[in-house]
Structures are given as C-alpha cells and as structure tokens.
Write a protein of this length. Structure first.
Length: 751
C-alpha cells in the first residue's frame, strides 16, 4: 500500500489530522479503519515529523499486527521502528525486559498455554483432594474474572465470599499462583496483570514507557477488557495522544472480559475526547448492508450510526429452510460447487460460519462427498497436539529449568518407566528446587532414582553442549539427543502422522529462523505460545469453516451462515437475557458483514440434538433481517411447517421454499415472493410432493470391506449407536468418519 492521503474520504481525513489529544473513531464494519490507522501512523511520521520510535500501535491478532507493519513499512521510511503488536505480545516484551523487579520471576519465564494452566489446576485440586468438576470450572472462572478485573485477590475473594465453596476455591487459586511462581511461569492473563503490577509497583518503569510513547493507537477498542483499558490509560498518561478505533456493534467477546462500555468510558478519563464516525462501507454490497442494518438496529446499547455504501445492487441474500442438518450441509456443498463451477469463484473466497463448532461435522461429511477442499478452524490447534506439546516441553527446559510442568510432560516420553510416584520422590530431594534442578543435582547420584533418570540426563547434557543458534540445528540436535523420532513406529498410521507433525514443527522453526535471524530459542517459544490457529484463516485454496468469533476482522467474497435457529443462534442462554441477546445480535451482525458479494443463510426444520431429532424454530434474527416473512411466523412458531422439497436429480436443483397458504414463498428483502436462485422446476407443490426413499444404513456392518470412489478400498471398524456414522480405515487415506446414508459406498465383502 502506498501512502496516499487523497485515497481517504472526508470522514477518514478529519480524525487523521487530529494530532493532539484523545480521539475516538467509531468505525462500522468494512469502513476502512485499517487504511485509516496505517495512514495515521504514516501521516505522523511523514507530515508531522514524529520519531517512529515514539509510536505504539496495538491490535488484537498477530495477523493484523503483521499486516499493519507490512503496510506502514511500504508507505514511509523508518516505519520499522514503530512498535506494532498485540496486547499480550507487547506485555511479554515489557516483562522480558523488566520482570526481574518482581521477585522471584526472571526474564526466562515460561508462558503457559491454556492446556498448561489446566494441568497446573488439576495438580492443585489433586493436592487438596478435590475431585469435583464443578469446583474445577469455578476455579477457572474465578481466576479469569479476578485477573481481568481491577481488585487484589484478597478483595476479589471477599467480594465473592458468599458464593458456592468460595473458601476452597480461594485456596486453590492461591496454590495455583504459587505453583506458577515456583515454575517461573505466567499464564496468558498474567502477561497483562504482571505488566500492570510492574507499572504500579515501579513508577519509574511506567515513566520510561509513557514518556517514550508520544502517540498510542489502539485497534478494535470495543474488545478491550478492564485490564487492557487500564494499560492503555497508563501508557497514554504522559502525552495524552490516544487514538482508538472501535465499533460497539462488533463487541462479541464479553465472555472473556471485553467491555464495549470502554468506548463510552473514554469521555470520563479523557474529557477533551473528540469523536468521529465512519459509516461508509467499502466491503459489502448494498443488499448485504441493508440486512445488516436491519438486525443491528434492534440493539439499544449502541451509538446511533447507519452504514451505507455506494456499491449498489448485488445478489440478494438467500435464506434456505433445510429439512435437517444433512440437507443443510448438502445445500451448502452444492451451492459452493455451483459457485466454483459456473460463477468463477475460488474455494478460498468462501467461508461457512456457525455459532458453535458442534455444527461442523455434517459439513465436513458433505464436503468430502463433493470433493470440496476445506479447513476447519476453532478445533485442535497444531501447537496443542500431544507430539508438538512434547517438543515444546523439551525446548522450554533449555530456557527455563524451573518449569516443572514441561519436565513432568516429557520425562516419560520416550518411555523411561517414570511415573507420578517417581516424580514425587525426585521432588523430595529438595522442595526448594525444581524437578529438573533436582535431577541435575549431585544428591540424585546416591539414590535409586539415578538409574531411572540417567537416559534423560545423558540426552539433556548432550543437548546442553549444543549451540542454540542456528535454531533449527539445535532443535534437530534435541531430537537426536533424546531419540524422539525413534519413539514413533512408522508402521503405525497414527505414529506416522505424529512423526510428520514433528517434521512440520522443525519446518516451522526454519521459517521463523529465516524471518528472525537474530531471535533466540526463547523468542521462538514465545511466538508459538502467543500464536493462534485463526492467523491462518483464508490462506490456501480451501473453503474456510469456522465459528463467527474466529473470523472477526476478516472478509470473504461469499459467506454462508448456518444454524439460524432459536437456541443455536441466538444461543439458548440468551433467549431470556437481554444483555446476552444483544451480544448474540452483534455476533450476527459480524457474521453478515464478513461477506463482500454473496450471502447465504440457512436454518433447519429439525435437527439432531440431545440424542434425539427435534423440531426447530427459525431464529428471531431471520425476521429482523427481513428475510423471513411475517406470514410464516405463526407457522414456524407452531412448528407446523415443513422443509418440503424434492430433488429431481438435476445437479443444481435445490432450495427449500416456505409452505405458506399453499404457495412456495422464497423470502427475500421485505418477505415478498421472489424467483428462486436455481431451477424452480426441481420443486413441486406440497400436495404433489413425494418423499425420497432414504438409504437403508442397516446393510453396513463392522468388519465389512467397502469401496469409496475417492478413498478407495476400506474396512468398517466402528458404527455409531444410531447407525448413521461409520468409521472406515482406507488403505491410502487412513481413518475417515462418514455419514453412511450419504457416502457413496459399495460393499465388496461381507464378514
């Protein structure tokens, strides 16, 4: 992107040129806020002569930070000195420099992921003899609430003293924090909290940063929680030049502490705050903008603004009434197939969004059936896989020898016959030391433990002699020293997959090394701990399947939003809670405004939930959007309508019209009758409809050999209790879970 101030519209230019004091820009979806932010930084450097070193820009994702940095560097000389990062990365950088002041932490602290923290919590509960999942969930909840608030732990526990088992929960939280301290480790929330603690305990450290950053810019300000808001206030406390961009209509993270009220609170803390609106949308067509405005105007806790665009026309959004979830998935797959084959779209242009991950299974089955390449986000992250966590655990021991969680994770991989009892005996050697420090001490040599730990110690000492740069060679050295590759049986399919993942991990080290030649092992470990699988969304030639939360800030030419039913979207807990319902509506608004050109929405007449097939009521959002006619309201609420449809074999003949007064009504803008987007000869009237015979899945048995046109020959190894899903191991593709009713399987052998 080139620096071109004339490329900005009048709405964007006005806040850009406000270079003194606090500025709030309420920016609607697709209104060009990224362009405004990047040009703001370039304007400060190029036109106002501000030293890039004195500018801080904070975003919410690594991907956004990387893109912003690339754009600004391409626009103006010296921009590489601008500090651009996420809140967590910024705090990690500050703590790496100054955390020594908070004894006993050192600069080599580990950053624990959610799974690491969960392991510590489980250890604490076990030590207290607590085996109650309700208590565990309460500990996790209160830990997060306390760390994302403004109270001391003592104040927080007193405030919540009347809640269930709070005394026990408080003891667990104290023990958890003590374990982190002993392990020289911080969890994600600690990165923010410890930075606040550092600033408040040592004002001279705050002065250093507050004086340095003459200009502070914050993106997605509506997603800040109280701790992040306080960090921003502290960093802007000297110069007061704060520039924040946000949209309360897109605040969808209240469940993790985000508070859009921070937008309104700015006025109290910065009395001279100047406010500007960006209402012009550059992303979506007018048809998409129209229904997005229709739904969000039903919220009351928002600033008054109305998006508009000069991208007139475009395809009208489509609402599809599916018979059930399999019909819905088939509709999505066939529509995508049609868009790619006849409309010139690529798979990477398309996203299928849902309120919850649980809706993805049928989609994956349908996409496999139609050979549609896809990636599911929000599932199991690469760096959370067991084999990768083991590699990370080994490497952490070479940066932080106090990390007991990592030591306990890897000590019996490869198998060394070391269990919890042996680790307990190792700890008894000296409780003031970590497990690794005890294993390396002279004291162990005179005990029966020494023989068990000797293979590990030999590998550790061998790796310890290796130089840690280049990083990739050191990682390969660790693999050799501990004989990690030999622990996998390449003749076992799962082991082979794990070994391939280990190789991918080494590849990721090489990529990091190429981009960061001066980075240390600690820098690499920090980068992957703070990474997110959603950073890769939209990459490669595949359809994106994701939750709406995962695609915040992204855009696609074509978007499908599925599962628009009461209790799903909006989620059940919001049905009788107006605060939560407004958040669900904001989530819907975010989903709609990811679409640039085409938008498809769907809901099911019935869905398999809670171990049975249940009739569903269309989401209230369908009516608010203007896509579900009031005529069908009574029918849907009485659950008396059907998704009556038949397929006549035509590859593009599908769609489920509403049965209202004997006519099929395809509801579009305003709920009027409109033509179908596909061949309407494929639909017949209700009285003429003949139900297609369903495939008899009882013919499939465990042990049978079957043939699939894509996956080849395989054997059924398991069938679900309801008989609908079969686990099949194919010779060349491994295990696949397929819907037996849909999968084109031929039985080639009965056993």
């Amino acid at each position: 992107m080139k620096y071109d101030i004339n490329s900005l519209n009048e709405e964007q230019l006005a806040p850009l040129k406000e270079i003194k004091g606090a500025v709030l820009v309420t920016a609607g979806a697709g209104s060009g806020k990224t362009r405004l932010l990047t040009h703001r930084v370039a304007y400060l450097i190029k036109e106002c002569g501000v030293d890039p070193y004195r500018i801080l820009a904070i975003t919410f994702t690594n991907k956004a930070a990387g893109e912003m940095k690339e754009r600004i560097i391409s626009m103006v000389d010296g921009a590489e000195k601008v500090w651009i990062s996420t809140f967590h990365s910024m705090c990690a950088k500050i703590l790496r420099r100054d955390i020594d002041a908070l004894y006993p932490f050192t600069k080599d602290f580990s950053i624990y992921s959610e799974s690491d923290s969960d392991k510590v919590i489980k250890e604490v509960l076990a030590e207290f003899g607590v085996n109650d999942d309700k208590i565990k969930k309460a500990v996790v909840k209160h830990l997060s609430n306390w760390k994302n608030g403004s109270q001391s732990l003592e104040e927080y526990l007193n405030t919540h003293s009347d809640e269930y088992d709070m005394q026990k929960i408080g003891k667990c939280i104290v023990a958890y924090q003590n374990k982190l301290k002993k392990n020289n480790a911080l969890d994600f929330d600690d990165l923010l909290c410890k930075t606040i603690e550092l600033f408040k305990t040592f004002p001279q450290i705050l002065d250093y940063y507050a004086n340095r950053f003459e200009y502070v810019l914050v993106d997605e300000f509506q997603d800040t929680n109280l701790v992040q808001y306080n960090l921003v206030k502290l960093l802007a406390s000297v110069h007061g030049n704060l520039f924040v961009v946000g949209d309360e209509d897109q605040c969808i993270y209240s469940w993790r502490g985000a508070n859009f009220q921070n937008i309104f609170n700015l006025k109290k803390d910065f009395p001279d705050l100047k406010t500007y609106k960006l209402e012009r949308n550059y992303r979506s067509t007018s048809e998409i903008i129209k229904i997005a405005n229709n739904v969000i105007k039903n919220n009351t806790a928002r600033l008054n603004k109305n998006m508009w665009t000069d991208k007139e026309g475009g395809e009208k959004p489509t609402l599809y009434n599916a018979y059930d979830e399999r019909d819905e998935a088939t509709y999505v797959a066939r529509t995508i197939q049609n868009l790619v084959e006849t409309k010139g779209y690529e798979y990477k242009d398309i996203a299928v969004l849902m309120r919850m991950n649980a809706l993805s299974r049928n989609l994956e089955e349908a996409f496999l059936l139609y050979n549609i390449p896809h990636r599911i986000f929000g599932g199991f992250k690469f760096y959370e896989r067991v084999e990768i966590k083991n590699m990370i655990g080994y490497l952490r021991l070479f940066t932080n020898p106090k990390d007991d969680v990592s030591f306990a994770r890897i000590i019996n991989f490869p198998k060394r016959g070391i269990g919890d009892g042996t680790l307990a005996k190792l700890q008894e050697l000296d409780y003031s030391k970590s497990l690794l420090e005890n294993a390396l001490s002279e004291d162990i040599k005179n005990t029966a433990l020494y023989k068990k730990f000797l293979p590990f110690l030999e590998g550790y000492n061998k790796a310890l002699e290796l130089p840690q740069k280049p990083l990739s060679k050191f990682v390969e050295g660790v693999l050799l020293a501990f004989k990690i590759r030999e622990a996998y049986n390449i003749k076992d399919e799962e082991d082979l997959n794990r070994l391939m993942n280990v190789d991918q991990f080494v590849s990721s080290v090489k990529e990091f090394e190429a981009l960061n030649p001066d980075a240390s092992l600690g820098d690499f470990l920090e980068s992957i701990t703070l990474s997110s699988d959603t950073d890769d969304i939209g990459q490669g030639g595949a359809v994106t399947i994701a939750t709406v939360h995962a695609v915040k800030g992204l855009e696609f030419k074509v978007v499908f939003v599925i599962g628009l039913e009461e209790g799903i979207f909006p989620i059940s807990r919001a049905l009788n809670n107006n605060y939560e319902l407004e958040e669900e509506r904001r989530l819907m608004y975010v989903a709609l405004t990811r679409a640039e050109e085409r938008l498809y929405l769907s809901h099911c007449s019935k869905r398999y939930m809670y171990r049975e097939s249940q009739y569903q009521t269309p989401s209230r959002f369908c009516r608010e959007l203007g896509l579900l006619s009031l005529e069908s309201k009574g029918i849907s609420e009485n659950k008396a309508y059907n998704a009556d449809r038949t397929y006549n074999g035509h590859s593009r003949s599908y769609g489920a019209p509403y049965a209202c007064g004997g006519d099929y009504v395809k509801s579009g803008m305003g709920g009027g009758k409109q033509s179908f987007p596909f061949d309407h000869k494929s639909f017949v009237k209700k009285e003429e409809k003949k139900e297609e015979p369903r495939k008899d899945v009882s013919i499939y048995k465990v042990g049978q050999k079957v043939e699939h046109p894509r996956f080849g020959i395989g054997q059924i190894v398991a069938i679900s209790d309801d008989g609908l899903v079969g686990d099949i191991i194919f010779e060349d593709f491994g295990k696949k879970s397929l819907m037996l009713e849909l999968a084109p399987l031929n039985i080639i052998e009965n056993e």
